[in-house]
Design a protein around this ligand. Structure first.
Ligand code: ZN
Length: 275
């Protein structure tokens, strides 16, 4: 009995020593340290807002979009059956936010409901900047030609307001875009855009939300809401969950890339990939 008890005590001491060496002190910290996105602050920017269409003069107000003026926002597109883009963006953002939190990230949305007006594109970028977020992702559904399908990850280009010291942000945005593009290939029935960009990725300098971002950011047109097959997918909660999980996977891939010292050599995805 005595030797059994002694060995049990010894085992406990060894376990405590192991926990101490691994730095797994408090229970909460131990759990957080194991989560893949622990320590990241991620801004989700759900495109448009449900009240934008009701206040056209408000969202037509011109704001700085990165060295030029552009409307505060638009009302977004709508499927042929009447499902609006802002609802899609909002639903997907809530799903993605929950999944990212479950993976350990701190998540902030640029709007708090789907019936308000705004915020404008400049403020959407400013929210991520003020937080010094690790990354931001803007979620939209495109209003493309009815025959076109698929997703496009839009990366920021060198807009007129960009300065040399913004280059690391652009490079990180390209790494983020590539990681998300790769991860999205696993979503059932989702294809790289058949009418936009190149292999599911595009580069734009006319989007204020990207131009003004001082943190790595991409804008995702998840699918073409004017295409009936894509529109059916967009209205499925199960499919949106698949998209969200792929995005979480992509962000985990991105985190692995930016930890590598080769990050600064990453170029726009559109010009460097042949896949
Ligand atoms: Zn949109």
């Amino acid at each position: 009995m005595r030797s059994t008890r002694r060995s049990a005590v010894l085992s406990s001491v060894l376990l405590l020593l192991t926990i101490s060496v691994l730095g797994l002190g408090s229970g909460e910290h131990a759990g957080a340290a194991k989560l893949p996105l622990a320590g990241l602050t991620i801004v989700i920017d759900p495109g448009h807002n449900g009240g934008n269409a009701t206040y056209p003069s408000t969202i037509a107000r011109l704001v700085d979009a990165g060295g030029f003026l552009k409307a505060c926002d638009t009302a977004g597109t709508v499927t042929l059956s009447g499902y609006p883009e802002h609802s899609f963006a909002w639903s997907l953002s809530l799903t993605l936010g929950a999944d990212l939190k479950a993976a350990g990230a701190k998540v902030v949305l640029t709007r708090t409901n789907d019936h308000g007006v705004g915020p404008c594109i400049d403020e959407r970028a400013a929210i991520g900047n003020r937080l010094h977020a690790d990354l931001a992702i803007s979620l939209h559904g495109d209003g493309g030609p009815p025959w076109g399908r698929g997703f496009e990850v839009i990366e920021p280009g060198i807009s007129v307001s960009r300065r040399n010291d913004d280059r690391p942000i652009l490079h990180h945005s390209y790494a983020l875009g590539a990681a998300l593009r790769d991860a999205l290939q696993s979503v059932p029935q989702l294809v790289p855009s058949t009418y936009l960009g190149e292999h599911g990725v595009g580069l734009r300098t006319d989007l204020g939300g990207l131009n003004l971002s001082k943190v790595p950011k991409v804008l995702l047109e998840v699918c073409n809401l004017r295409n009936s097959a894509d529109a059916d997918l967009a209205q499925s909660p199960e499919w949106r969950q698949e998209v969200a999980l792929a995005l979480v996977d992509g962000i985990e891939r991105y985190r692995g890339v930016v930890r590598s010292p080769t990050t600064t050599t990453v170029s726009p995805t559109t010009t460097t990939t042949g896949s």
